[in-house]
Ligand binder design. Structure first.
Ligand SMILES: *Cc1c(COP(=O)(O)O)cnc(C)c1O
Length: 492
């Protein structure tokens, strides 16, 4: 069992507020205003000063360090644990990215662009690199998540049809039934009707059903390739030719392009729009559900609709261009999630074209290695064929995927994605990514085999796992219906 986890379960871990002792200090910052003889009320206005004491915890530096280190040890993270989360692509976040992002922390977004030329130059080159990687003509870096990028992309498609006087007629957006839930949600939010297309027995979209759904009332088809089952759509060129013939826009959900970066380009497959998740494929941290980064690339005919401002070359350097009459407008304050853009640019530049190509190869090789391992140890895979960067497995009949996910926690392994895609029941979606070693993947397979054997030998063992985590099984219904959102010290 995992020693760290075992320890966590037994050690009392007080809140930072419980550690607080009145008057205790970690750091005493200099009082700049006072030192210069300036009164705060003159600086801020008397009305803006606090009238009461701010009830912050008062702790020593050491207590503060233990607080945060303790919190970090109670989490699963890519830095500490194998994290094979399919579709959500939890990549290792190279530390050099953080160094580069820190270079820019003294910039303020309200600074005059003439004093932030280096930052604008970086944005300009990142957009160009992403355009080259995806085969698109122009890129906006503004959207703050994948779903936000989808919404931006579909709004551009909407505006495009509006500009052609076709919006009344183009009411439908087609999505495959295995699509990420954000696809139909995006289309509906942008005012389109959603039509779902089933998959076939090979894990690809049903070509005949798709063909039958195509007509001039369709505005867009949202696809991804490899699709959400990790399978390459072998008829993609036929699909895009059919769409083109009817003036339908092809949208690529590029949240997770770990199999194709440096090898194949959605623009060359006939796609008109793509969003990327820099916080998946381009090694930016997911940020605990916080801001992500979802740039959108478009072909030339959609370029006039890009959000403003765009970063453009000026006479002596770079500028933010606002004067674009057909733009859908701004979708994010300032210029997107800048620190993340620096991280992604650092990643792209540190690998270079060859390195990106190799990373995709390794991602696919690792996923297929584990796919075969899973078959050898007693799991079935949903489609018996070579996958791309991820694969879907299912446990033996009568066993529940959720129980395997819980059991993995005792071994210090973050569970794979469970119950997605919805089209495979009891699905376990596994994505090891390119950076995992052979030893780590073998250990994962051995652990899965051990769990399977223990479950078969001891009735009830699997259903009650995990045994050594801080909390074990939560009442998920109550957690959703009556969430406890304030801290309560539980008696042991
Ligand atoms: C993660 C993901 C999204 C949504 O991205 P967010 O940044 O979570 O909004 C969309 N599509 C696919 C296929 C994804 O994996």
């Amino acid at each position: 069992m995992n020693a760290v986890l075992e320890k966590q379960a037994t050690i009392d871990f007080p809140l930072i507020f419980e550690r607080s002792k009145s008057g205790r200090r970690g750091v005493i910052p200099p009082q700049a205003a006072k030192a210069q003889g300036v009164k705060l009320e003159d600086l801020l206005g008397a009305d803006n000063l606090r009238r009461s004491h701010l009830p912050l915890p008062e702790v020593s530096e050491l207590d503060l360090v233990r607080h945060y280190t303790g919190l970090a040890q109670r989490q699963m993270s890519v830095d500490a644990n194998f994290y094979p989360l399919g579709s959500c692509t939890m990549k290792y976040n190279p530390k050099v990215n953080e160094v580069a992002a820190a270079w820019f922390t003294s910039l303020h977004p309200y600074q005059d662009p003439s004093t932030a030329q280096g930052a604008l130059e970086l944005l300009f080159h990142l957009a160009a690199d992403l355009g080259q990687i995806t085969g698109m003509d122009a890129v906006t870096l503004q959207p703050a998540a994948g779903a936000h990028g989808e919404f931006t992309g579909i709004l551009m498609i909407r505006k495009y049809f509006e500009s052609r006087g076709e919006l009344e007629q183009r009411r439908i957006v087609i999505v495959p039934d295995a699509a990420h839930g954000t696809n139909p949600a995006t289309a509906a939010m942008a005012g389109f009707d959603v039509v779902e297309i089933p998959g076939n027995e090979h894990g690809e979209v049903d070509f005949v059903a798709l063909e039958a759904a195509l007509n001039p009332s369709v505005a867009a088809i949202m696809l991804t390739n490899p699709n959400t089952l990790g399978i390459f759509e072998t008829r993609i060129l036929e699909i895009s030719a059919k769409a083109k013939a009817l003036g339908i826009q092809l949208y690529y959900d590029g949240a997770n392009t770990n199999a194709i970066v440096g090898r194949a380009r959605p623009g060359d497959m006939g796609f008109d729009v793509i969003h990327l998740n820099l916080h998946k494929t381009f090694t930016v941290p997911h940020g605990g559900g916080g801001p992500g980064t979802g740039p959108v690339g478009v072909k030339a005919h959609l370029e006039p609709f890009l959000p403003t401002p765009i970063v453009a070359r000026a006479e002596n350097g770079f500028q933010l261009e606002f004067n674009r009459p057909n733009s859908i407008g701004r979708v994010r304050s300032f210029y997107g999630n800048f620190g993340n853009l620096v991280r992604a640019y650092t990643y792209i530049r540190s690998l270079g074209a060859e390195g990106l190509h190799d990373a995709s190869s390794m991602a696919v090789l690792n996923a297929n290695y584990l796919r075969v391992k899973f078959q050898q140890i007693g799991f079935e895979t949903a489609y018996n064929r070579v996958n791309m960067h991820e694969f879907v497995a299912v446990p033996p009949k009568g066993m529940k995927t959720l129980d395997f996910a819980k059991a993995l926690l005792d071994y210090g392994i973050h569970p794979m994605t469970v119950y997605f895609p919805l089209v495979v029941s009891e699905s376990m979606m596994v994505e090891p990514t390119e950076t995992e070693s052979l030893e780590t993947m073998d250990r994962f397979a051995n652990v899965m085999q051990e769990i399977l054997e223990k479950a078969k030998a001891n009735a009830g063992w699997l259903e009650n796992a995990p045994y050594n985590t801080v909390v074990r099984r939560l009442d998920e219904v109550m957690a959703a219906k009556k969430p406890m959102l304030t801290y309560q010290k539980l008696s042991k």
